[in-house]
Structure formats: C-alpha cells, structure tokens
Design a binder for this molecule. Structure first.
Ligand SMILES: *Cc1c(COP(=O)(O)O)cnc(C)c1O
Ligand SMILES: [Zn+2]
Length: 432
C-alpha cells in the first residue's frame, strides 16, 4: 500500500485521511509507493505495451503509469477525460534561436482543458471520490480553476474556484464559468486566496485541490514519464520548466528519481526552473544558496506564474538537489518575444509557457546549457488561454514591452489593387 509521508519528519498517514500537510510539523506530504516491491516487475515494456490503448484507464497518459501514480486505487473510481498523450515537438528553428542542436517541446496545452493541470486534476478528483468528498475547491491564477471545474463536473461533484478579481486571462475565466463551477472573484492575490481556500475548505469539509495536494503532484509526474518514453527511454540532458507555485518542478523531481530507482532510466536529466523576474522568489533564494524562501509581491504579464509565495518551495529545492538543477529568471519582454516565436511555428502557447524557450536561450548564453546537449522544454498552457495579450503584443500596445517579432494585422478595402500591394513579398523571416 502507498502511504502519505511528511517530507520533513517522516511521520506517516494512511491515504484514506483527508490531510494536506503534517499535523506534527507542518511539512509537505509525499505519496510514497512501495518501489522495492515494484523493482523488476515494472519495466519499460509494462508501459510500452499500453501505448495506443483504447480503454480506460490506460488510454490516459497519466494512468498508463498507474503503478507509479496511485497503484492501489479502484479503477472504477478513476476520473479521466483522458489526459496526457501530448505531443513532443522537435522545433529546429527555435533550437537555432536558442543556440542548441536538439530542442524539443512537450505541449501540455494539448490536455483536455488546455494545460498540464489536467494531469494533476485527474489524480486529485479521483482521490476526492475515494474519500467520498462531495465538493472540491482551489485558488488559482486560472488554469487550475478551469481544470477543476471540468473534472468536478465530469465526476458529478461541485467545483468551487477562487481567483483574483483582476488580471485573469479570459480563456481561463470563461472555462471555469462554462463548466459550471461556483466561481468567486476575490479582491486578493493568488497567495492570499490560497490561504483563504485552505481555511474555508477545512471549516466546511471541502477537498482542496491546489498543488499542495500530493495526489495532484503524482499525476503531474507523468509529464516526465511520457516525455522520456516518447524519446524511447533516452534521457535528455535538460528539462526546462516554468516555475510558479513549483508543483510541476516538485513532481518532476519525484518522478525522475522514481524512474531512476526502478532502473527504467540510467541517469537523471538536470532540471532548469525558469521564473518571471517579477515573481521570482525561488530564483532569489537560489542566488543565496537556497537558504530560505522570502515571499514577494508578485507581478508579471505571465499570470499563470504570478505567485510570490510558492507553497511547494521545499519540494522544489529537493528536486533541484536531486537533479543538480538550476534556476533562472526572464523578463516579461523576453517572455513575450519567446512566445511570439513559439506561436509563429504554428505550435503556440500561453505567456508563462514561453519561459521555457526564453530560459533555454539565456542558459545557453551563460554557458550553463551546452550546444550539443539535448533539451526538453515544457509548454504548460494553450495559446488560446490568453488571447488579449496576443493582440496587444502584435499591435505593440503592451506597456513596457516592445514587440520584436510582430505579425502586423493589415486592413484593406475590397480592391484587388490594395490586396496585391499587401501580398507582394518583401517578407523577412522572423527567425533570421
Ligand atoms: C500552473 C501553471 C504554471 C506554473 O506551474 P507550477 O506547478 O505552479 O510551478 C505555469 N504555466 C501554466 C500555463 C500554468 O497553468
Ligand atoms: Zn512532519
């Protein structure tokens, strides 16, 4: 049986308990599986045989790895859309721009609600059913709410979402309302809303599905499993991921160590966590040798990572130590330019996701990533999540940001002459 275990004092709790942090010391909890029992029994073939399955649960890119996600769960309780099975794109133009030979992007925006949060939500909402909870809640910068709203509705539970009353991306707000969640806009930032949701939920018996919930992180580990399986179990040199509340970074570290422990990979990739300059408490701590987290007031155009007090900080530090990882920060200008280039390949992503590309370029410039190393970046969310910033960027209407890669929107009268003038090529490539 898997157990919940405090990462600080190692106290254990049964998985049937409704609990998010250690009642003794306040430490974060891990869902710990019996890896010793699995060694030798779970192999690459176990997972390769399930590729292309048409049936629940193995048709999901999360539950394909069920033994490593939630081995004991009753399959009848699993809530899956199904998620995962996202593409791994090799994009030579972006590789060249960033300065490496081989650069892949795993597009988590291709999940059912358009972000990687679905991989966590399938784990979290499944656990809500295991526990018999009727209501699930989260505080969110947007994508967690969209995902929770969808999965709660799909499972027949009530979803409750808290978000800040300003700066929420239109696509995310629209999804939460459309999927029928009880949606509450609050005059408080993400960090405050997370405190509120934990307190209110505790009081009213609602299950909290923020990334403090260990069952969510188990689902998110599958991004690593799937990426490495797509590379035919060849381990890349680097995994580059945007960092906000640091749930993904934490999950990646745990998942990679587990693959290594089971002998499914022969070495660990290095983790590079990229934060926005205006929301970079992990980067600041990293500069000081990861002494401690100093919460900050967050501000960035990449609203998905506008988080000043990341709850998973201790787990992210553990992941950095385990993988010999690094942390970098990028400006909103760098984020939006990198996004324009990703969008222009036809792949597209939301602003926060573009930290991956901006981060790779910066780390190559600094000589941290070498040109001949294989890099996998994570695109965390779909291009349509935040349509307003796209229009504003290409119109050069964003405050303090210059569009270096604009795609101009033309206007013409209904005349062949005008259209011909516009369509006479004088184009230079964006990537030149
Ligand atoms: C949630 C989210 C992030 C941040 O991920 P964390 O796990 O909180 O660090 C980044 N990008 C997008 C699109 C997200 O939705
Ligand atoms: Zn403890």
């Amino acid at each position: 049986m898997s157990i919940l275990q405090c990462m600080d004092c190692a106290r254990q709790y049964p998985i049937t308990e409704v609990i998010y942090t250690c009642t003794d010391c306040g430490g974060l909890l891990d869902l710990v599986h019996d890896l010793d029992h699995m060694r030798g029994r779970i192999t690459r073939e176990t997972f390769d045989q399930r590729l292309g399955s048409l049936d629940s649960p193995y048709f999901s890119g999360v539950w394909r790895y069920k033994e490593l996600i939630y081995p004991d769960v009753d399959e009848a309780l699993i809530v899956t859309r199904p998620e995962g099975n996202t593409n791994l794109y090799r994009l030579p133009k972006l590789a060249q721009w960033a300065g490496v030979d081989r650069l892949y992007f795993k597009h988590e925006g291709e999940n059912p609600t358009g972000s990687f949060k679905d991989r966590g939500m399938t784990g979290g909402v499944t656990q809500a059913r295991v526990l018999g909870m009727k209501r699930v809640a989260c505080a969110s910068t947007g994508n967690t709410s969209a995902s929770l709203a969808a999965y709660a509705a799909f499972a027949g539970l009530e979803g409750v979402v808290f978000f800040q009353n300003t700066q929420i991306a239109a696509g995310k707000l629209a999804q939460a309302i459309a999927y029928g969640a009880t949606a509450i806009r609050i005059d408080a930032d993400f960090d405050k809303n997370l405190e509120l949701v934990r307190e209110v939920s505790n009081k009213l018996g609602i299950y909290v599905l923020n990334s403090v919930n260990p069952f969510r992180l188990e689902g998110q580990k599958s991004i690593m499993f799937e990426a490495i399986q797509q590379l035919r179990w060849q381990v890349p040199d680097w995994i580059v991921v945007p960092g906000g509340n640091l749930g993904n970074s934490s999950a990646f570290g745990k998942g990679l160590v587990e693959l290594h422990t089971l002998g499914l990979i022969d070495r660990l990739p290095r983790l590079a966590i990229i934060q926005a300059e205006g929301a970079s408490p992990l980067y600041q701590a990293y500069q000081r040798g990861l002494d401690r987290l100093e919460p900050m007031k967050a501000n960035t155009i990449a609203t998905a990572i506008k988080i000043g007090n990341p709850v998973n900080y201790p787990k992210a530090v553990r992941a950095l130590h385990a993988t010999d990882g690094v942390v970098e920060q990028v400006s909103d200008q760098e984020i939006m330019d990198a996004k324009a280039l990703i969008d222009a390949t036809g792949v597209g992503c939301e602003p926060a996701s573009a930290c991956s590309l901006a981060g790779v370029r910066k780390l190559v410039d600094q000589g941290v990533i070498r040109q001949d190393e294989v890099v996998v970046g994570i695109l965390t969310g779909h291009v349509l999540k935040d349509p307003e910033v796209i229009i504003d960027y290409h119109n050069n209407d964003l405050e303090n940001i210059t569009a270096h890669y604009p795609n101009r929107l033309y206007a013409a009268e209904a005349s062949i002459e005008q259209l011909s003038r516009i369509l006479t090529p004088e184009n230079e490539s964006l990537f030149a």
